[in-house]
Design a protein around this ligand. Structure first.
Ligand SMILES: Nc1nc2c(c(=O)[nH]1)N[C@H]1C(S)=C(S)[C@@H](COP(=O)(O)OP(=O)(O)OC[C@H]3O[C@@H](n4cnc5c(=O)[nH]c(N)nc54)[C@H](O)[C@@H]3O)O[C@H]1N2
Ligand SMILES: Nc1nc2c(c(=O)[nH]1)N[C@H]1C(S)=C(S)[C@@H](COP(=O)(O)OP(=O)(O)OC[C@H]3O[C@@H](n4cnc5c(=O)[nH]c(N)nc54)[C@H](O)[C@@H]3O)O[C@H]1N2
Ligand SMILES: [Mo]
Length: 676
């Protein structure tokens, strides 16, 4: 049989953005392997993408538009034509707009695909419609706010520069699960004699890549950073020349902040012994080029932005950020590589419409007035599973007077509540251009197989909806490839000097790391701003997380798993099997205290809800913490809810972000049957 190998890109929400080679036979993807020529991912794929063809050609793929015939949340749907589905949507929206105004319609999307055109293709349409806007803050806006408060727009170093470090600190990142290619540079560093530390709240799979693992109390890393700075300054392990030239606010930090955080106070707040904090500071302060890889976990707290900000300050004291192999890497900011305003088209808005925070969808659907949300259009997101406060979200989705459309690849927990379900293409079936948040690579990909069934891409659906709503802007009659060509024709400083031909031909191309000018940092003062007069707390300090005050005994970690990506990939049975079921990990001493046995069915509960799990007793989790990895589809959960029934709609200190890790629960034996 004739087979072809075609280049593509992993479209999922992961910092690595792997290069793919897809073997295509008779219009089907039969095998997916890593592209050895990709400069960063070098041919290695994660377990999820190794069988991407099983997701793409899964028997569970939606293949036609569907209209609901049964109760919301159930299985009753019948197939309809695209023409019928689009006409129904346009008719219902017109009626909503007439009665309540266009702001009663809310788009809800996040990162089912990271491609710049498909991901953002709803923006021009909803701007033109005058719909409410969505603040897309579910992931890491607090991390961005905390970093920017100190470092402004200063670019992170190249991720592979970690190989030159002599002390790598993996801080609040489960790299062996969430950014596996970063560990390539870490292994290189280790080969050259570097020490590797992991700072987390439980012993994750990443601990295997580290020489030492330090477990801190959830939400307390800011106090650790302050304790470390206290020792660095006390013992003179700082770089005065660097501070003098490049740091704003060191004297204020030294005099007004650090005296309050001796190692004993840091011990009280973090749970790490004072002498360990002393040792860490000595090692960090004497390393030639310490490199901090900062994850997102520690930013999803009520104090998340301040925590990130405090850690960013730490790197300023030793001047590490100016040394090859040193510094801090929170992710790459490559947003300005393309003129995204040509895709998002804010100019299509007649006036600025209201903004609704995606983390508070439960609130928006149930409690919002003036106008209430009467129409919801969900695309490449699964809010019934991934959004905090699942009970509130499901209650809202169940409203009979809410008209919901879901554009999806699968019959997700959210799609079950739709009035109309539209089938979506996978990334192998549509064109796009990709950038990354963990590398400096950009890559273009075309469709490598025809659309499965009658599925359509996000771009195509919004063009159809624009036509049905009578929008006559020529913008809505171009193809995704036309728009990609247009983006590539507009030069940006970040893309200057790159190999245009290779990019157009579908190869991954690296942008150069944006530098400062004449040693200046890209902040308003040109210095690292430990003192930042523009933010609420001008100097860093320790703020307690929300969970501090909750009246439940266990801190709940809602961590990712190697075998899924948020609530994606649950269609692959083998990946579900490798996750070993929806489990709650607990320290054996805590389990014993509660009289719970490994493998037993338990219920975790708090003031927002409850969810059933299989208990896994493990010493990798410290006492007082429980861990629920993975965001399970309800169909495969032991009970009727999944982990986000336990997370709240509370927001972060800055950036209005989610606080997935900042929740407490209690745990009890489940009265229902034992799982065998
Ligand atoms: N396999 C897989 N890969 C993924 C994802 C996935 O679901 N599965 N998700 C993708 C997405 S959307 C994102 S945003 C990234 C996120 O990737 P990461 O930056 O790794 O972020 P998280 O996995 O949320 O959290 C990282 C670690 O922070 C720890 N943590 C939680 N609270 C604290 C704390 O207070 N202090 C410290 N020191 N650590 C803490 C958690 O236990 C977790 O191990 O990963 C992406 N990659
Ligand atoms: N408990 C807990 N909750 C979490 C997290 C956690 O770690 N723990 N992580 C949080 C984070 S960091 C994030 S970023 C969010 C992620 O939230 P989401 O972006 O909603 O994540 P997914 O679950 O991957 O859902 C994406 C959906 O898009 C669909 N899809 C894929 N490609 C396309 C396409 O081209 N078009 C259309 N129309 N659909 C497509 C997929 O089938 C999938 O169902 O979840 C958050 N929620
Ligand atoms: Mo995320």
């Amino acid at each position: 049989m004739p087979k072809e190998i075609k280049r593509s890109v992993c479209p999922f929400d992961c910092p690595d953005t792997c290069g793919l080679l897809v073997e295509v036979t008779e219009g089907r993807a039969v095998r997916v392997i890593g592209d050895l020529e990709h400069p960063y991912t070098r041919g290695m794929l994660c377990p999820k993408m190794l069988h991407y063809e099983e997701t793409v050609h899964s028997p569970l793929r939606l293949t036609t538009p569907l209209i609901r015939t049964g109760a919301k949340g159930g299985d009753g749907f019948r197939p309809v034509s695209w023409a019928e589905a689009v006409a129904e949507i346009a008719g219902r929206w017109r009626a909503i707009i007439e009665k309540y105004g266009a702001e009663a319609i809310l788009p809800y999307s996040y990162a089912g695909t990271m491609g710049l055109v498909q991901r953002n293709s709803g923006h021009p349409f909803f701007h033109r419609l005058g719909a409410s806007r969505l603040a897309r803050t579910i992931c890491s806006p607090a991390k961005d706010a905390g970093w920017q408060a100190v470092m402004g727009e200063t670019a992170a170093p190249h991720p592979d520069s970690v190989a030159k470090s002599d002390l790598v600190v993996l801080w609040g990142i489960n790299a062996a699960v969430t950014s596996i290619h970063f560990l390539h540079g870490v292994r290189e560093a280790r080969k050259n004699g570097a020490r590797v530390w992991l700072i987390d709240t439980y012993e994750t799979p990443t601990a295997a890549a580290a020489d030492r693992t330090f477990l801190v109390r959830p939400g307390s890393d800011g106090a650790l950073a302050l304790g470390l700075m206290h020792v660095l300054v006390r013992d003179g392990l700082i770089d005065p020349a660097f501070i003098n030239e490049h740091v704003q606010g060191f004297a204020e930090l030294k005099e007004q902040v650090l005296p309050a955080y001796p190692p004993e106070e840091a011990e009280r707040l973090t749970g790490l012994p004072a002498e360990v904090i002393e040792q860490m500071a000595r090692k960090y302060g004497t390393a030639a080029a310490p490199f901090i890889r900062l994850g997102s976990g520690l930013s999803r707290y009520g104090n998340g932005a301040m925590t990130v900000r405090t850690i960013a300050c730490l790197t300023a004291l030793t001047g590490a950020c100016n040394k090859p192999g040193g510094g801090c890497f929170p992710g790459t900011a490559t947003g300005s590589a393309f003129a995204m305003k040509e895709v998002t088209r804010e100019d299509f808005m007649a006036r600025p419409s209201r903004i609704i925070n995606m983390n508070r969808l439960g609130h928006a659907l149930n409690e919002m007035a003036d106008p209430p949300v009467m129409g919801l259009y969900v695309y490449h997101s699964n809010p019934a599973a991934v959004t905090p406060d699942q009970n509130a979200v499901l209650r809202g989705l169940a409203r009979e007077d809410l008209f919901t459309v879901v554009h999806e690849r699968f019959m997700t927990d959210t799609a079950r509540y739709a009035d109309i379900v539209l089938p979506a293409t996978s990334s192998l079936e549509h064109s796009d251009i990709y950038r990354s948040y963990g590398t400096y690579c950009v890559q273009r990909a075309g469709a490598v197989i025809p659309a499965v069934g009658e599925s359509k891409s996000n771009w195509e659906v919004f063009c159809l909806l624009a036509e049905a709503m009578g929008f006559d802007e020529p913008f809505f009659s171009q193809s995704a490839d036309d728009l990609i060509d247009h983006l590539l024709a507009i030069p940006t400083p970040m893309r200057s000097g790159i190999d245009q031909e290779a990019l157009s031909a579908g190869r991954a191309v690296e942008l150069s790391v944006p530098g400062g000018t004449e040693g200046r940092f890209r902040t308003p003062s040109g210095k690292i701003e430990i003192l930042n007069p523009r933010v609420c707390h001008p100097l860093p300090c320790y703020l307690p997380p929300h969970g501090e005050k909750d009246p439940f005994p266990f801190r709940l970690m809602t961590a990712p798993t190697l075998f899924a990506l948020n609530a994606s990939f649950y269609e692959q049975e083998e990946l579900r099997r490798r996750q070993g079921g929806m489990s709650l990990q607990m320290n054996p001493d805590d389990a014993r205290e509660l009289g719970l046995a490994d493998g037993e069915r338990v219920v975790a509960w708090n003031d927002v809800g409850e969810a059933a799990f299989v208990l896994r007793s493990t010493p990798k989790v410290p006492c007082g913490v429980v861990v629920a990895e993975g965001v399970w589809w309800l169909a495969y959960a032991p009970g009727s809810r999944s982990v986000n029934a336990l997370t709240s709609q509370r927001l972060t200190d800055e950036g209005e972000g989610s606080t997935f890790y900042d929740n407490r629960v209690d745990v009890r034996r489940d009265a229902a049957d034992k799982i065998v």
